[in-house]
Design a protein around this ligand. Sequence first.
Ligand code: NAD
Length: 259
Amino acid sequence: NQRVKNKVAVITGAGSGIGRAAAMKLAEHGAKIVLVDLLDERSEKTRQAIRDAGGEAIFADTDVSDPARVEQAMQEAAKQFGGIDILFANAGVNGTLAPIQHLEPEDWDRTLGVNLKGTFLSVKYALPHMTARGGSIVITSSINGNRKFTGFGMSAYSASKAGQVAFAKMAALELAHHRIRVNAICPGAIETNIGQNTHPTPEVNDIKIPVIYPEGNQPLERRAGHPNQVADLVLFLASDESSHITGTTVYIDGAESLL
Ligand code: NAD
């Protein structure tokens, strides 16, 4: 039973972690996949894995904070597959972690540029290829910035993630008449490669205060979540099974944010 059969899905940050898991899952359920990520052999591996499993996928190397490149990537998607039905705006970085007085304006701009502006650009440039057919947009926010505020030194990250939820709600209302649904997901700690895009400064240790459970020790499973668990939620929100769900925020964190 293929739940997104013949839909065209653009996935940003598709080379790794949650994006990769979602790309594999949506492909398994019949979607044609456009992998959007920075140029990296990991995206090629994802593309190959989808093709090996009998699916269709192309790769558009793109920095999501670059408007011209994002516009081009969406055009490539539409040219290859005839339009866009599903956008998973998921690319993101933790960026520089520092107390506010040590956080440089350019660090702030970079984190907001990828996470928040990147989301806006992905939606903006996907829309010309979506409005005629309707569809589903899923945005990866985080519990950090919405329900949990113990990501020490993550003020820029948290602001970007809160911004994504607000943006998703505005977009849901604005795009309803095109039959485009927009939802945000808020994962807790998930086992991915995001640590590679995390740059703690020494000063961040000054603001760490003890927490009840160590990071990632969520109540339900006592471990970080798996990207596949998030991909199951993305598949549901991308498919017609969630046809009456828009403008909402779904927490997927094993109750981590309730601690
Ligand atoms: P990841 O690092 O494994 O994957 C992120 C992908 O985004 C990478 O392939 C990376 O190359 C890509 N990317 C980074 N900057 C980019 C840019 N400028 N343009 C295009 N692609 C870019 O991390 P992940 O954990 O899978 O992260 C996916 C999303 O999930 C992010 O938005 C992150 O904030 C969010 N998230 C992650 C966690 C977690 O614990 N891992 C928790 C909550 C939210």
